[in-house]
Design a protein around this ligand. Sequence first.
Ligand SMILES: C=CC1=C(C)c2cc3[nH]c(cc4nc(cc5[nH]c(cc1n2)c(C)c5CCC(=O)O)C(CCC(=O)O)=C4C)c(C)c3C=C
Ligand SMILES: [Fe+2]
Ligand SMILES: [Fe+2]
Length: 340
Amino acid sequence: MTTTKKGIVLMNLGSPDSTKVKDVRRYLNEFLMDERVIDMPYLSRLLLVKGLIVPFRAPKSAHAYSTIWTKEGSPLMVLSKQLQAALQQQVTEPVALAMRYGTPAPWTAYDELLEKDPDLEEVVLVPLYPHYALSSYETAVEYAKEAHVKGKYSFKLTIIPPFYDNTLYLDSLAESIKPYLQQEYDHIVFSYHGIPERHVHKTDVTGHHCLKVDNCCEINSEAHKYCYRHQCLFTTKKMVEMLQIPANKYSYAFQSRLGRDEWLKPYTAKRLTEFPSEGVKKLLIACPAFVSDCLETLEEIAGQGREAFIAAGGESLTLIPCMNVHPMWVKAIASWIKEY
Ligand SMILES: C=CC1=C(C)c2cc3[nH]c(cc4nc(cc5[nH]c(cc1n2)c(C)c5CCC(=O)O)C(CCC(=O)O)=C4C)c(C)c3C=C
Ligand SMILES: [Fe+2]
Ligand SMILES: [Fe+2]
């Protein structure tokens, strides 16, 4: 029996090169000019992003990054590199890292793998997103595929699908949350990165299900394959079942809204200011849409979010860290590689 010579690419979102405003500006321009993130015709997008959003956002984001930046760089990059190293301990195939924005680009990762093994026959791409969204999973995959075609690489590219319902992901996530449920708490919120409602309509393959039918995400539909909201709600439901969280002690919410469009609701930022008046004083927050801690968990939730919650009368907000390099999570990725 001959075995295929494989390599692995872990792919995440990416961070600016530094907290300097010019680096953050370059990163935001690349990110927000992505048509799967700001889905507008090119000229309108250019005017909005370069004329309005980035000039105002870059200094604010640079400051936000400066509050979480480490000696080794952005937490997202540092933790992604740690995940790469931990996975490399578990598998014999070479493991490289790629980012959708900034560096390392997918072609850099492909070249790195080929340098280690010029006879490489297959690369397994692991987009580090549990849930499908145009602005996360799809854009990463399309970018990696484009780099594969443009670079005329001869190896086969195999792509791991969104893993929101995969037992190994759910087991690792539950295991990473479990210790935090031992402490006294009033409520746990599962906070997912938000997306515009328009994106949910766009990915509805039926054209008439998502956000149009009552309880759309709970009624069986072929739309769920691409429905970010369904997939987030599914992950929440599984966590609640597996961790036996009482029905009155949990909720879900969506964070990181940008602009004035309607995004998935409820908004985390609003809920944080409402919880204390509902009797929630000790709050836990888990962020299952992120596999590695990043600006959105460390600054938006544990920084600004905690401040808003306390100012509204809350006592404590505990951010449950992402899976990061949890041994079960590393093993989960290693076994997906074997399966594919
Ligand atoms: C979990 C998946 C993600 C989805 C879906 C997503 C959608 C989305 N994001 C923006 C705008 C921004 N997001 C930013 C940071 C950021 N986003 C994700 C993941 C998803 N985004 C991560 C992991 C991060 C953190 C990166 C890091 O370096 O730590 C930012 C940059 C920071 C800021 O200025 O707030 C922007 C901008 C939109 C518009 C969108 C859906 C359309
Ligand atoms: Fe984002
Ligand atoms: Fe749905």
